[in-house]
Design a protein around this ligand. Structure first.
Ligand code: GLN
Ligand code: ZN
Length: 760
């Protein structure tokens, strides 16, 4: 008899070969009719369901599928459609995409990171007086579709009201209880309709609960779910949490649910400790997320099985569900499409489909005895050990160097105020120096040049000449525009992590291992599987060439250790901060190479620093300490006259301000054009004294800002920041912008800087 059940929380939307993405984009381009688009989407949805059924999963999610984003789905379902997208003669599908992508008349809703992942959701816009209404029970349609077409009794997945509201903007904290109350009847209706249609379990995702700690709110949540519970008769509700351990374990597990999903992978097994300590309620089901839904390694089935056995000392088998730790949205679809990977690595990998196989194996083991799955356990163990003992993970040089650094604290030779003087003497820059963030427009021609070289249609020499001519042209153009610090333009780079990963040892790249980043945009994160090391200079050729073309300083351009870490899949046999340190040491070498070649301004980008910040405040300090350490390990070896820059692409600095200061970068540039007011306050409050470039115009749109507008932005910043520390630069890199609009915008920027200089 099957007692323990297997389940899945969510399946990737994009398809093995990104069919989903392709269909979406074709539809947007008008090359696919709405009808054909819907047919294709249904085909994919059913294919995914069938696949999960074939893999033997008992509780298959429905409604996790989305045409863009599940947060947007939920907001639209409850009628939260921003005013500017209403009253238009559009189909609901068009309105849905308009909210996500904007249209000719209205800007899209904001997009932001889904907790600490690299997935972005559309931020719902909800006002205190918004009146939710149930527009369409999309879960019911998905549930019925699975039932009628495939005979699958799916498990509908619904983003919970607490998380929906916590992720929204446009209302005051004080209105949270009122809005929650208004939403309640509509959630109840959705659930009752599912119950009548024959659903047995519904999964309500409430990852935001991990961060709820105030007693009042816990009470509110408890009352809310009590009402939901009372309104249903037979259908069971599974409250799903993920990414971190559930805070207030005791209170959370005693909430009025039939089951609770806990993440046993993250947070150093705190949920396991809590279960051991406090036990688990007798009348509830535990959905144990034991397979890592955020990384791509095979599970150590031996350990995981033991973990499940420990859980079974506190929970009856018929109370237990085995599942991944979170939605498999965050991992690629299947390893089978990778034909060219080194078998040593490939054998140690597990993507979404393989993770479901693992889930099933573990469930079988629990139901039929460990001996039934001994083969699988052994197979996994052998693959993992083979990689572990491979030369790539045992690089003596790297390990010796790590050892040496263990007892050293990276630190600049002289403190900032002294450095500032030395650097001012050395560079002799005007006040409010004007510069850019690094990348310059990547025209079609540039992208095609890179492609030809990759395909082997161009010889190395021809390609190098091509890059040089672009650098040359743009150095000239930057001089004409009047910028004070120039860049080489990053024409040789397609992606700021991939470029470095391809040059470093210890990284591997897949062909099809895409994951959704936002909407139809997918990324293919590199895999850091071995010790990271630098064998030869990565950027010196292009930067020194650029420098040879001008008297003005050219900034070297590198991607920082934390960003490389956060945008890759990383090995788990060593602490992740040791991976960061290895990357930092490789960058340290690169920085030395650049310095030796006379490059004394070097920018180390950390756009993803904030992204890895743990959700719980008490965990943030360690992360920030390690991030600061890695950045300094990479950068602090330089001479006092060498100026270290850094760049970050976001605007919420409040709680990380102290860490930003500790990076001890001589100049920081940040994305500020869209949030001027708040960000300046952060820097003002912390009395930040080093160089700072607040983006003075927004590069995310093709609009050319005029001189006056930029001037205003500069002056506004100078009310708070000293003109001695202020740099003038755009918001972010310019690679997505066109040539002409960029030239015009930069000209206006320089002109604005020149005006303001005269006034101070
Ligand atoms: N130097 C990079 C660029 O200009 C920085 C990109 C980023 O901040 N994401 O493109
Ligand atoms: Zn940026």
């Amino acid at each position: 008899m099957h007692m323990v059940k297997s389940s899945n929380i969510g399946y990737p939307r994009i398809g093995e070969k990104r069919e989903w993405k392709k269909a979406l984009e074709k539809f947007w381009e008008g090359k696919l009719s709405e009808e054909d688009f819907s047919i294709e989407m249904q085909r994919l949805r059913l294919e995914y369901l069938n696949k999960q059924k074939d893999l033997g999963i008992d509780l298959i999610p429905v409604g996790d599928f989305s045409l863009y984003d599940h947060v947007l789905d939920t907001a639209v379902m409850f009628g939260f459609i921003p005013q500017r997208f209403q009253h238009q003669e559009k189909t609901s599908l068009q309105t849905y995409f308009d909210i996500a992508r904007g249209n000719d008349y209205a800007v899209a809703s904001e997009m932001t990171k889904w907790f600490n992942t690299n997935y972005h959701y559309i931020v719902p816009e909800i006002q205190a007086d918004s009146e939710p209404q149930l527009i369409e029970n999309r879960l019911l349609s998905y549930f019925l579709e699975a039932k009628e077409k495939l005979g699958i009794i799916g498990k509908p997945v619904l983003l919970g009201p607490v998380t929906l509201l916590k992720l929204s903007k446009g209302y005051d904290e004080d209105h949270f209880p009122v809005l929650l109350k208004k939403l309640l009847p509509h959630y109840v209706q959705v659930l009752q309709e599912l119950e009548s249609a024959g659903a047995e379990w519904v999964q309500i995702d409430e990852p935001a609960l991990a961060a709820i700690r105030n007693k009042e709110e816990v009470k509110l949540v408890s009352q809310l779910y009590q009402t939901i519970h009372d309104e249903l008769s037979s259908m069971k509700i599974l409250l799903q949490t993920y990414f971190e351990s559930a805070d207030r374990y005791k209170e959370i597990v005693s909430l009025p649910f039939d089951g609770i999903g806990l993440d046993f992978v993250h947070d150093h097994k705190e949920n396991l400790a809590a279960i051991k300590k406090y036990g688990f309620p007798k009348n509830k089901t535990l959905a144990a997320g034991v397979i890592n839904g955020r990384n791509i390694w095979k599970a150590n089935l031996d350990d995981t099985f033991t973990q499940l056995e420990t859980i079974l000392t506190k929970v009856e088998p018929n109370q237990l569900i085995v599942q991944p730790s979170c939605s498999l949205l965050h991992v690629p679809v299947t390893i089978h499409t990778e034909k060219e990977l080194d078998p040593l690595l490939k054998n140690a990998l597990s993507f979404a489909d393989q993770k479901l196989e693992e889930t099933k194996v573990l469930t079988d083991g629990l139901n039929h005895g460990r001996d039934q799955i001994e083969n699988k356990i052994g197979e996994h163990e052998r693959s993992l050990t083979a990689l572990l003992s491979s030369a790539s993970r045992n690089n003596q040089d790297v390990q010796k160097e790590m050892q040496i650094w263990k007892s050293l604290v990276p630190k600049r030779e002289v403190p900032y105020p002294t450095r500032e003087e030395i650097q001012q003497d050395f560079f002799n820059l005007p006040l409010l120096p004007a510069t850019t963030i690094g990348s310059l427009p990547q025209t079609r021609e540039i992208r095609q040049g890179r492609l030809k070289w990759r395909r082997g249609e161009w010889q190395e020499e021809e390609y190098q000449e091509f890059i040089k001519s672009n650098v040359r042209e743009w150095i000239q153009r930057q001089e004409d525009i009047g910028l004070d610090v120039l860049v080489h333009g990053e024409f040789e780079r397609n992606d700021m992590v991939e470029f470095f990963g391809e040059k470093l040892e210890g990284f591997s790249f897949t062909k099809y291992a895409w994951v959704q980043s936002y909407g139809s945009r997918c990324v293919k994160p590199p895999i850091i599987y071995g010790d990271v090391t630098l064998t030869e200079p990565m950027t010196v050729k292009e930067i020194t060439y650029a420098q040879s073309q001008t008297e003005k300083p050219v900034k070297g351009m590198l991607t920082g250790p934390i960003t490389i870490l956060n945008w890759s899949f990383i090995r788990e046999d060593i602490n992740r901060f040791n991976v960061t340190k290895q990357i930092a040491l490789a960058l340290q070498k690169e920085i030395r190479f650049l310095e030796e070649q006379g490059i004394h301004m070097i920018q180390v980008d950390e756009p993803a620093l904030r992204e890895g910040l743990p959700l719980k405040p008490e965990k943030q300090a360690e992360y920030l300490k390690e991030a600061v350490y890695a950045f300094k390990l990479a950068t602090s070896c330089v001479q006092p006259k060498t100026q270290i820059h850094t760049h970050m692409c976001y605007s919420e600095f409040g709680e990380i301000m102290e860490a930003i200061n500790q990076l001890d970068a001589d100049v920081i540039s940040i994305e500020a054009a869209r949030s001027h007011g708040e960000i300046i306050t952060d820097f003002e409050k912390s009395a930040y004294k080093k160089g700072i470039g607040l983006g003075v115009y927004d590069i995310h749109s093709p609009r050319i800002p005029d001189v006056e507008e930029i001037e205003k932005n500069i002056i506004r910043a100078l009310n708070v920041l000293s003109h001695r520390q202020f740099w003038v630069n755009p918001d972010c890199g310019l690679k997505t912008r066109g040539m002409n609009e960029t030239t015009a915008a930069l000209r206006n920027m320089v002109e604005a800087a020149t005006y303001v200089r005269k006034k101070i």
